[in-house]
Design a protein around this ligand. Structure first.
Ligand code: ATR
Length: 275
């Protein structure tokens, strides 16, 4: 059996083993997949030990995505754009880093029937999650992409960094959004983790607007509850993105594309059971 794992800290609640075990069963791939807790100051050592023990690849989650990117000796264009890696591939040439989060987001939005081309998109946040979404969102050719962050300077720095490949991106703080409307509002802040929602003006949701939270949980996230109250018509959490990014990692490792629909359903049922 080829071994894979997800590294994080904390990691106990990761759904990645659940997802990849189902992908493996579905595609007939003989792999094992475990969740491994890496010490905060011992990520590189944990990865090295796993490789020595026969590991073929890994997913990487909070707080190690930047370190994973640095650890690799080869990096995909989408990992370079994100400045972070969530997927590592171990082979005879060393460690290759990729980032499947952004494509996971775009595939989930497509699955949900949320067209991006020609739409006005507002991306909330300027941390790693937002950064990883910029390139794939731009590739979908929206009419407009605005990055807004609680700390406006961070959004501006991000837009500046991406200006060579995506010159049309605008950036601002939340207050500057007053009077502006968007078709799609994507929450890439970590506010939902603490049960908070970014403080957005009421104008941001255009008629029929779609609100998407990269976070997910048993209950509706604070961002989605606020979006509903502010008039968003369609709402989705990040469960589908989690499954889609995993499917892309699985494809990188095994060359097979698992069907994501049954795994979405199984994961949704698992969350409902936890109620
Ligand atoms: P990640 O890698 O998950 O993006 P991060 O790099 O720590 O995490 O970034 C967290 C993001 O969430 C930041 O954009 C942060 O805003 P600031 O740059 O102003 O700190 C945002 N964030 C966290 N809590 C928030 C809240 N309660 N309201 C609005 N934005 C919040």
């Amino acid at each position: 059996m080829d071994r894979y794992a997800v590294f994080g800290n904390p990691i106990a609640h990761s759904k990645s083993p659940f997802i990849h075990t189902r992908f493996a069963a579905q595609t007939g791939e003989a792999i094992s997949y475990e969740a491994l807790l890496a010490p905060l100051d011992g990520f590189a050592q944990a990865v090295a030990a796993f490789r020595t023990a026969g590991g073929r690849g890994a997913n990487v989650t909070v707080p190690f995505k930047l370190e994973a990117f640095s650890l690799a000796n080869r990096r995909s264009a989408r990992a370079e754009a994100a400045g972070a890696a969530n997927t590592l591939i171990f082979d005879d040439d060393g460690i290759a880093a990729d980032n499947t989060d952004g494509i996971g987001l775009v595939r989930d939005l497509a699955y949900l029937g949320c067209e991006l081309a020609g739409r006005r998109i507002l991306l909330l946040g300027a941390g790693g999650a937002a950064r990883g979404a910029i390139l794939p969102l731009c590739e979908a050719v929206p009419a407009e992409l605005v990055i807004a962050n609680r700390t406006a300077e961070k959004a501006e720095a991000l837009a500046q960094q991406f200006s060579p490949i995506a010159p049309g991106i605008a950036a601002c703080g939340f207050d500057a959004l007053a009077g502006r409307s968007f078709d799609i509002v994507i929450n890439a802040t970590s506010a939902s983790l603490s049960g908070a929602a970014p403080a957005l003006p009421n104008s941001v949701y255009a008629p029929n607007a779609f609100a998407y939270d990269m976070m997910y949980g048993r209950d509706e996230t604070a961002f989605l509850a606020a979006a509903r109250a502010q008039g968003a018509s369609r709402l989705a959490d990040g469960l589908g993105m989690l499954v889609e990014q995993a499917a892309e990692s699985f494809f990188l490792w095994r060359g097979k594309r698992p069907a994501t629909e049954p795994v979405r359903q199984a994961l949704r049922a698992l969350l409902a059971e936890a109620r």
